[in-house]
Ligand binder design. Structure first.
Ligand code: MCN
Ligand code: CUN
Length: 798
C-alpha cells in the first residue's frame, strides 16, 4: 500500500527521496571503520571466557614481545591511573577492564594495541590469564536467593544482587478496584533478552594530538554531545579540547547510546601510544558484550467487570540488568517509562513495582527501539487485554473498543500520572479493522475451525492478533528529565547565506532515519526555501549546538521542535528586513510560504532569497535589527508526545510443525503531522520486521554457567524479507497540540507495537487447544510444544 515516489516534493512536507541515499547507495558513506589516519594503530580486546571468575593472575610478557605490538594494558594498569572503573548513565559503576574478577562472559579483561588488526588479535592469544571460576547467576529469579553469590562485591557493603525497587501508581486504589471486580486475570509474561544487532558494530578511532592537546574521537554514537561531556567528566579532559564525530552510522537501534569500555579503551590507547588508535568490534563481540534489551519478567493482573469494563491493572517486574546497571533512562525513572504501562485504555487504577537485579550477564545500553521500556509495557498490557478477552469470551477488538480513552478526554492523565497529548483511538482501530477485513477474517477462521472439528485437519490454522499501542516519546522536558544531570533539551542553529541557501546545524544524530532530508524539509516548510537548498550538519560536536542526541524517538519531537522554532526566528527577522526593503511597516506584511508581501498588495513582496541578500548587504536596517538572518534556539519540549497505532497480524500456524507464517500485517499509525510520509513508512516497515524477529526468532539465551548461546547470526536469528509479508499500512493524523509542527516521533512505534500483535495472533490460532500463554520467541519448537498433550476442542465458536 506504500505509494511509489512519483515526484519528489520540492518544498516543505511530503514524499521525497532521501538526500543522504545519494551517497549511501553508491557506497560513498563514511563510517567509523572508513576513517584512516596516518600512523593509525589497531586495538583488540581480550574478553573473559567465564561468566563469573576471580582473576588470579595475568601474564602479558609474551604478547608484549610480539614484534608488531605497541602496548598491552590490563585492569591493573588502568587501576594505577584511576581509570579501571567508569560511571554508568544509571549512577552505577562499570569496570573498563576487569581488575578483581570477571562478571559476565565477554567482559573486557585486557587490550592490545598493534600495527594492524590481525597482529592485535594474534597477540591476544599470547596473554595468559589464570581464572578461578565462581558460582554463576544466570537466571534473574535466583539472584535474590539467600546465599546467592554476590556479583558486585566491588561495592562496599554490598551483600546481595539487588539494584533497586521502584513503584508507580496507587496501590490502595488499585487493590480497591480489584476487590470490586467480577473477573481478575493474571499472567506471567516474559519479555526475553534481545539485542539490537545493527549492521555496523560499535567502534571508535581516537586521536590525541600531543601538539594541540585536542582529542578527536570518531565514534559510533547516537549522542555525540553527551559523550563529549561524559568523557570530560570521567577522564578529566578539558571539554573544549574534546571533539566527538559521529559520522555515518550503520544503524543504532538504541545500542549506540551508552559508553562502552571499548570506546574508553580507544582513548586510553591513543594516550598510551601517542598515535591514532582504531577499535572496531567484530560481530560476536557485539552480540556477546554490547548492549542488551528487555529481560523483563513480568507478572500482570487485570481486573474488570463481567461485561468487560477494565477497572485496574497491577504489574510486578523482575528486571535483569546484567552485571552492571548501564541502562540509559532519564534519572528520575530507573525503569524508564515503563509506568506508561496502562496503555490506551481508560480506567482509574494502576500500580507497578519493578525490582532490578544483577546477574552474570552483559550490561545493557538503552537498547533496542524501546522508548525507555515502553516496549515491555505495551507488550504487557496488550497481552493482558487478550488474556482478559479470552477469559470473558469476548472479541479482543470489541474489548479494546469498549475501553479506549475517548477523543474528548484528551489531554488525558493516566493513573500513573502521564498526560497523553492527543488521540482518537477508536477511529484508528476501526481503520485497521477495515483494512484487515476483520469480520471476514473471523468468518474464515470460524469455517476453518468447523472443518477441523469435523475431522479434516489439513492445512494451517489462521490466527488474528491485535495490538493497540500508545508510546511516550520526545524526552525532556529538561526539568523532569536528565541523564547524569544533563537536561534533555536540544539546540538548533540556522544560517541563511546571502544567496538564500541555508545550513541547519543539529544536536541530534541520525543512524539511518533520514534526518538530512526531513529536518531540511522542516526548514523548507517554515521558510519556503527548497529542501535541496538546505544542508543539514549533524554528528560533530565542534560544528553543532549541544543536545542529548537521538533515541527514544526524540529527534522529531525535540530537535524537530528546535528546527521549526529557529526557522520561525529567521522568518521574523526576515520580516523586519523585508519591511525596510519595501519601505513599509512590518505590521503591514503578510507571509506566504517563501515570501513576505504587503497586505492587500501581493505584488509588493520579497522572497526569502531576496531578503537574505539584502540582510547581508548595505541596506539601511531599522533600529535594533541586526544584519544577516542567522538564528539559534534551544528547544525545551513542554512534554512528551504520544504517538499511537492499531496493529493487526494475520498468521498461519501449522500445529504439526509449529511453523508460524505472518501472512498479513496491518499497521495504522498516528504520529501526528508526517514530515515525509515515505520516511515514516520506511521507519514502520523496519520496526515491523523487527517485531517479527522478536516475536518469532530472537532470543539471547544463556546456559546455567552463563555461557552465551547466541554469539553469531547462526544462533541469533534476524528476520529477513522472507519472513515479512507485504506490509499493509494506513494512517490517521492527530497532531500534537504542543509541538510546533504537530509532529510526534515514530522511529520506534512499530517495534514497540508489533510483537504483541503477532503473539496474540499465534495464541488466537491455537485457541482450539485452549492455549492462553506463550513466551517469545515463538520458534517452531516452542509453538509445537504448546499444543502437545492438550485435547483439541471441537465446540469452539469464536
Ligand atoms: N518523521 C516524520 N514525521 C513524523 C515523525 C518522524 O517524517 N511525524 C521522520 C523523522 O523526521 C525522521 C524519522 O521519521 O527522519 C524518525 O524520526 P523520529 O521518530 O523522530 O525518531 P529519531 O529520528 O529520533 O530516531 C530514533 C529512533 C530510535 S530511538 C530507534 S531505536 C531507531 C529508529 O529511530 N533506530 C533506527 N529508527 C531507526 N532507523 C534506522 N534506519 N536505523 C536505526 O538505528
Ligand atoms: Cu530505546 S532504542 Mo532508540 O531509543 O535509540
Amino acid at each position: 500500500m506504500t505509494a511509489p515516489v512519483e515526484e519528489d516534493v520540492k518544498v516543505g512536507f511530503g514524499r521525497m527521496r532521501r538526500v543522504e541515499d545519494a551517497r549511501f547507495i553508491r557506497g560513498r558513506g563514511t563510517y567509523v571503520d572508513d576513517v584512516q589516519l596516518p600512523g593509525m594503530l589497531h586495538l583488540a580486546i581480550l574478553r573473559s571466557p567465564y561468566a563469573h571468575a576471580k582473576i588470579v593472575s595475568i601474564d602479558t610478557s609474551a604478547a608484549e614481545a610480539h614484534p608488531k605490538v605497541k602496548a598491552v594494558v590490563t585492569g591493573a594498569t588502568l587501576d594505577s591511573l584511576g581509570l579501571a572503573w567508569m560511571p554508568t548513565i544509571s549512577y552505577d559503576t562499570q569496570a573498563v577492564l576487569a581488575t578483581d574478577k570477571v562478571r559476565f562472559q565477554g567482559q573486557e579483561v585486557a587490550f592490545v594495541v598493534a600495527e594492524d588488526r590481525y597482529s592485535a588479535r594474534d597477540a591476544l592469544e599470547l596473554i595468559e590469564v589464570e581464572y578461578e571460576p565462581l558460582p554463576v547467576i544466570a537466571d534473574a529469579k535466583t539472584a535474590l536467593d539467600p546465599g546467592a553469590p554476590v556479583i558486585r562485591d566491588d561495592k562496599e557493603g554490598k551483600a546481595d544482587n539487588h539494584i533497586y525497587d521502584w513503584q508507580a501508581g496507587d496501590k490502595d486504589k488499585t487493590d480497591a478496584a480489584f476487590a470490586a471486580a467480577d473477573v481478575v486475570v493474571s499472567e506471567e509474561i516474559l519479555y526475553p533478552r534481545v539485542h539490537p544487532a545493527p549492521l555496523e558494530t560499535c567502534g571508535s578511532v581516537a586521536h590525541l594530538d600531543k601538539a594541540t592537546g585536542k582529542l578527536t574521537v570518531w565514534t559510533t554514537t547516537q549522542a555525540p554531545h553527551a559523550h563529549r561531556t561524559l568523557y570530560a567528566i570521567v577522564a578529566g579532559l578539558p571539554e573544549q579540547k574534546i571533539r566527538i564525530i559521529s559520522p555515518d552510522i550503520g544503524g543504532g537501534f538504541g545500542g549506540k547510546v551508552g559508553i562502552y569500555p571499548g570506546y574508553v579503551l580507544a582513548v586510553v590507547g591513543t594516550i598510551v601510544t601517542g598515535k591514532p588508535v582504531k577499535w572496531m568490534e567484530d560481530r560476536s563481540e557485539n552480540l556477546v558484550s554490547t548492549a542488551f534489551a528487555r529481560d523483563y519478567h513480568m507478572t500482570g493482573e487485570i481486573a474488570a467487570t463481567a461485561d468487560g469494563k477494565i477497572l485496574g491493572l497491577k504489574v510486578n517486574v523482575l528486571a535483569d540488568h546484567g552485571a552492571f546497571n548501564g541502562v540509559a533512562q532519564p534519572t528520575k525513572y530507573p525503569a524508564g517509562f515503563f509506568h506508561i504501562f496502562t496503555g490506551s485504555y481508560d480506567y482509574g487504577a494502576a500500580w507497578c513495582n519493578v525490582t532490578a537485579v544483577y546477574t552474570n550477564k552483559a550490561p545493557g545500553g538503552v537498547a533496542y527501539a524501546c522508548s525507555f521500556r515502553i516496549t515491555e509495557a505495551v507488550y504487557l498490557v496488550e497481552r493482558m487485554i487478550d488474556a482478559l478477552a479470552a477469559k470473558l469470551d469476548m472479541d479482543p477488538a470489541e474489548l479494546r473498543l469498549r475501553n479506549f480513552i475517548q477523543e474528548d478526554q484528551f489531554p488525558y492523565t493516566t493513573p500513573t500520572g502521564w498526560t497523553y497529548d492527543s488521540g482518537n483511538y477508536p477511529v484508528t482501530m476501526r481503520k485497521a479493522m477495515e483494512i484487515a477485513g476483520y469480520e471476514k477474517l473471523r468468518e474464515e477462521q470460524r469455517a476453518q475451525r468447523e472443518r477441523w472439528a469435523a475431522g479434516d485437519r489439513s492445512g494451517t490454522l489462521t490466527g488474528v492478533g491485535i495490538s493497540f499501542f500508545t508510546e511516550g516519546v520526545g524526552a525532556g522536558p529538561r526539568k523532569h528529565m536528565d541523564i547524569l544531570g544533563l537536561g534533555m533539551a536540544d539546540g538548533a542553529e540556522l544560517r541563511v547565506h546571502p544567496t538564500g541557501k541555508a545550513v541547519l546545524r543539529l544536536s541530534c544524530q541520525s543512524q539511518g532515519q533520514g534526518h538530512e532530508t526531513t529536518f531540511a524539509q522542516i526548514v523548507s516548510h517554515e521558510l519556503g526555501i527548497p529542501t535541496l537548498d538546505i544542508e543539514v550538519v549533524h554528528g560533530d560536536t565542534d560544528q553543532t549546538p549541544f543536545g542529548l542526541g537521538t533515541y527514544g524517538s526524540r529527534s522529531t519531537p525535540v530537535s524537530g521542535g528546535a528546527t521549526a522554532v529557529v526557522a520561525r526566528k529567521v522568518r521574523d527577522r526576515a520580516k523586519l528586513v523585508a519591511a525596510a526593503m519595501l519601505e513599509v511597516s512590518h505590521e503591514d506584511l503578510e507571509w506566504e510560504q517563501g515570501r513576505w508581501f504587503v497586505k492587500g498588495d501581493p505584488e509588493q513582496g520579497k522572497t526569502i532569497a531576496e531578503i537574505a541578500m539584502a540582510a547581508h548587504g548595505a541596506l539601511e536596517l531599522p533600529e535594533g535589527v541586526e544584519g544577516h538572518l542567522d538564528a539559534t534556539c534551544v528547544y525545551n519540549p513542554p512534554d512528551l508526545t504520544y504517538p499511537f497505532g492499531a496493529y493487526i497480524a494475520v498468521v498461519d500456524v501449522d500445529p504439526g510443525t509449529g511453523v508460524v507464517k505472518v501472512r498479513r500485517f496491518i499497521a495504522v499509525d498516528d504520529c501526528g503531522t508526517r514530515i515525509n510520509p515515505m520516511i515514516v513508512e520506511g521507519q514502520i516497515h523496519g520496526g515491523l520486521a523487527d517485531g517479527i524477529g522478536m516475536a518469532l526468532m530472537q532470543v539471547m539465551a544463556f546456559d546455567t554457567d552463563g555461557n552465551h548461546l547466541g554469539s553469531s547470526f547462526m544462533d541469533y536469528l534476524l528476520p529477513t524479507s522472507l519472513e515479512c509479508p507485504s506490509w499493509e499500512l494506513g494512517e490517521t493524523v492527530t497532531p500534537s497540540p504542543h509541538h510546533p509542527i504537530g509532529a510526534k516521533g515514530v522511529g520506534e512505534s512499530a517495534t514497540v507495537g508489533s510483537p504483541a500483535a503477532i503473539v496474540n495472533a499465534v495464541l488466537d490460532a491455537l485457541k482450539p487447544w485452549d492455549v492462553t500463554h506463550a513466551d517469545m520467541p515463538l520458534t517452531p519448537a516452542n509453538v509445537w510444544s504448546l499444543t502437545q498433550g492438550r485435547p483439541l476442542r471441537t465446540d469452539l465458536a469464536l
